[in-house]
Write a protein that binds this ligand. Structure first.
Ligand SMILES: [Zn+2]
Ligand SMILES: [Zn+2]
Ligand SMILES: [Zn+2]
Ligand SMILES: [Zn+2]
Length: 468
């Protein structure tokens, strides 16, 4: 196999692999013996290539697909069990919850049934002389969708401050949910664990107006953890979630002296759907649809990449930088001028300012949270899935080199086994750079990735068109 082909297949056609130079030794912990020495110089291309592992489809399609697949596994094992999660989790009530950002002013929107965007019979004008009407029937691809009708009327400060605190608001929602559940069951907060456990997996998704929504699967387990029977119905849990969504709030400090303190909350459009009540499936959506939906959105980006950036998102991103600069404007050391830097050098006072890093997160429109997270006992972790994949690759390579078939017995148990490692890997590595060293190699990686994609599509079509 040519060196490049072999390396491409090892990194799964990653577009920007990390290059490493060095060596590692595998030591048997029982005997202290070096059982294997690995040198990057022995690799086909003379360096060790590692996939970039980027989540975003616009950065690295092959790595983002692995991320989406892992996210799908993570969510679906929490739905059906498997990979070490008891299968009885599929008898516990499960909800699909969407929490939105509040409104910060009217924006162009797609209306159900292709209705006009903001129809008003009278000529309504804002104080800035802009019309507050829009008779366009927007479709989803219209770049105006999500843009404010008037940027000057839109409460940009509050929108950015909300997004900056969104992860904290979510955290407070989960606390409110547990508290509300304790009220529902008539027990004290501290005793709740002895009755039920709430587990969730959530993803953040950017809406067209540039603010995140949270989508979450919320499952209720009994006191003995995943899969133990819970004495709460889906309807009761729905009630708890709705009340927690209203109750959750988070204080936000003013940006500067001319600004106001805010109390941030979720928007009114909380959506709660029953996916499953005990073992009875809800009729609106299936668990698979939810898992696929969540996995898909975990790879979306904010939509401000150069090239195909939407004007209103570029403007929101610039607003993050401007507001960070405004927050630090009073600094005698000029920190306010550096807020847009990748690693801004800030004085002690500014480093402790709550909005000091807002400029650094401008490309994520001020959202600094994780795109997919879960509570500890929801299901497996991404780390465990990655470890399992590495083990599988190791086993496959070994089987190939011995020209034997991969031993499939208890494969899943072996792959997902918690690290009871008997060997230790000691390595010394130097970062050589990232990406493919020659421009032509990147083109080949691109081509290989799109071939793999076409093949996967073809396989999927075969599966759906073939009679069962
Ligand atoms: Zn990659
Ligand atoms: Zn409109
Ligand atoms: Zn206006
Ligand atoms: Zn400063």
């Amino acid at each position: 196999m040519p060196a490049l082909t072999a390396t491409l297949s090892k990194v799964g056609n990653c577009l920007h692999p990390v290059r490493l130079v060095g060596q590692s030794e595998t030591v048997d912990l029982r005997t202290g013996e070096i059982v294997e020495t690995y040198r990057s110089g022995n690799e086909p291309m003379g360096l060790l290539y590692k996939p970039c592992g980027n989540r975003r489809a616009d950065v690295c399609p092959p790595c983002s697909r692995i991320y989406a697949r892992d996210t799908f596994e993570l969510i679906s094992t929490g739905l059906h069990g498997g990979k070490g999660v008891p299968v009885t989790v599929n008898t516990n009530p499960l909800l699909f919850v969407t929490l939105t950002a509040p409104s910060f002013g009217p924006v162009h929107a797609v209306r159900d049934g292709r209705q006009p965007c903001h129809p008003r019979t009278r000529l309504a004008m804002c104080p800035h002389g802009r019309r507050l009407t829009c008779w366009t029937r927007h479709d989803v691809l219209d770049p105006r969708v999500g843009a404010p009708l008037c940027r000057d009327c839109y409460d940009t400060e509050s929108a950015v401050v909300w997004q900056w605190h969104a992860p904290e608001l979510w955290r407070r929602f989960t606390i409110a949910m547990r508290r509300q559940l304790a009220v529902e069951l008539g027990v004290r907060d501290v005793d709740l664990k002895r009755h039920v456990r709430v587990e969730y997996a959530k993803v953040a998704e950017f809406q067209t107006r540039g603010l995140v929504h949270f989508h979450a699967l919320v499952r209720i387990d009994g006191p003995d953890g995943p899969g133990s029977p819970a004495q709460v119905t889906a309807a009761a849990l729905e009630n708890v979630v709705r009340q927690a969504a209203v109750a959750a709030h988070c204080p936000a400090l003013p940006l500067d002296e001319s600004d106001v303190a805010r109390t941030l909350r979720f928007g009114a459009q909380t959506d709660v759907r029953v996916v499953r009540d005990r073992s009875v499936a809800g009729d609106e959506i299936t668990a698979e649809q939810v898992a696929a939906y969540l996995a898909k959105y975990s790879t979306k980006s904010a939509g401000v990449e150069p090239g195909h950036a939407l004007p209103h998102l570029v403007w929101l991103s610039e607003s993050c930088r401007a507001l960070a600069a405004r927050a630090l404007a009073g600094c005698p050391f000029g920190c306010g001028k550096r807020v847009g830097d990748r690693r801004p050098r800030l004085c002690g006072d500014c480093a402790g300012h709550p909005y000091a890093l807002l400029g650094r997160w401008a490309s994520m429109l001020g959202f600094r949270g994780h795109f997919s997270t879960k509570s500890r006992h929801y299901s497996v972790t991404l780390g465990a899935l990655r470890r399992a994949r590495r083990r599988f690759q190791g086993m496959a390579v070994e089987a190939r080199s011995r020209a034997t078939a991969l031993d499939a017995r208890e494969l899943e148990e072996r792959l997902m086994a918690e690290a009871a490692e008997t060997t230790l890997v000691i390595g010394s590595w130097v970062y050589d750079g990232s990406g493919w060293p020659r421009a032509g190699d990147k083109a080949l990686a691109d081509a290989a990735a799109s071939r793999a994609r076409a093949y996967a599509r073809w396989r999927a079509e075969q599966r759906t068109t073939q009679p069962a």
